[in-house]
Design a protein around this ligand. Sequence first.
Ligand SMILES: O=C(O)C1=C[C@@H](OP(=O)(O)O)[C@@H](O)[C@H](O)C1
Ligand SMILES: C=C(OP(=O)(O)O)C(=O)O
Length: 430
Amino acid sequence: MRVSIDKSLIKGEVFAPPSKSYTHRAVALAALSKESTIRHPLISADTLATVRASEMFGASVEREEDKLIIHGINGKPNVPDDVIDAANSGTTLRFMTAIAAFTDGVTVLTGDASLRTRPNGPLLEVLNKLGVKACSTRGNERAPLVVKGGLKGKDVSIDGSISSQFISALLITCPLAENSTTLSITGKLKSRPYVDVTLEMLELAGIKVHIDESNGTRFIIPGKQKYDFKDYTVPGDFSSASYLLAAAAMTNGSEITVKNLFPSKQGDKVIIEILRQMGADITWDKEAGNVTVKGGRQLKATTFDAGASPDLVPTVAVLAAVAEGTSRIENAEHVRYKETDRLRALATELPKLGVDLKEERESLTITGGKLHGAAVHGWDDHRIVMALSIAGMVAGSTTIDTTEAVSISYPGFFKDMCSLGAKIKDIAEE
Ligand SMILES: O=C(O)C1=C[C@@H](OP(=O)(O)O)[C@@H](O)[C@H](O)C1
Ligand SMILES: C=C(OP(=O)(O)O)C(=O)O
């Protein structure tokens, strides 16, 4: 699919879509429990991959209007009778690889062309130390992965610098092991807020994990635990909301309120602080869960450490592209291991819109200026498509391809933007 975007301003109220990260975890924990209801889940391509995989391990999932009722496995997961296809979802692949480690047989997990480029080395290495036989069919740490169950608790270390999802995955599975597991993190733990989201959800499922941060980070996970996840309402997603908030801040005359954004462990709530620092007119009514942004102020350059919030990099790059001065996005190497190498994607596409950008291994340096329209490529990556869309609302006369990728995390993105007045047209048939 392709869209064309003209200069736009946006006005009105919109609900933030439900959180992708919380939905993945709610479904995985419900699958390991007895019976749970998940209210207001994100129904998107990625979360549906987690639903399908959970069903293959033996859970059954009923979908009703705005809720999922999950009859969980409540014990050992079944050996799937087919290959698990995690599609485009890193979270699904990593979580389900760890759950496969607790079956009594062999599971094969794969995904689409993008997912098959993403690294899993540290997770496979630790699973092998925990008594599991886990490998890549191509011997390159990429999916397809083969996992022969047999997980036993033990003291192990894991590199935290590539993806926090390996740690979240182990935190979700190790409580099922016979013995306790101690997971010591080596390297700088990236994307830490996502681990905190996992810990919050595990606590809701009645699972105990002790954290020792006296000398680095260690998670002590007692074995033989039982999951008891019950009734849960998924909160709004700050990463998805970031495109709405940034679009309003960048466009003169805009004024929007994004609802259902309550205080949360989501690291990407920092988008509110980033916009404030850059000089945007933004207020957050935490009790009401409303974030209001008025456009029209000239944004100023910023320095953004992407360590904890990699998914904000495309949004912040576009904000930097219209800000006065030179911005830096630092500590962002892990952003190269996403659906695409997002630093490369941004460094390729934003200059087409007139942006002055320098790419280094771990950083982007962006000097703001005037954008002009162009035909840009969405790289089949939801966050690149959404970031380029809001850049297009400033630049005007912009077309973007592969826009169906928004179905991964925010299927209603274009509909919401258009309902707020954005001038976006589907030009697939033209
Ligand atoms: O656990 C999660 O829900 C996620 C963790 C992050 O990945 P990394 O830990 O690989 O950085 C983030 O980029 C991804 O969108 C969702
Ligand atoms: C990287 C992302 O997700 P995942 O790792 O689950 O594919 C994302 O949503 O930007």
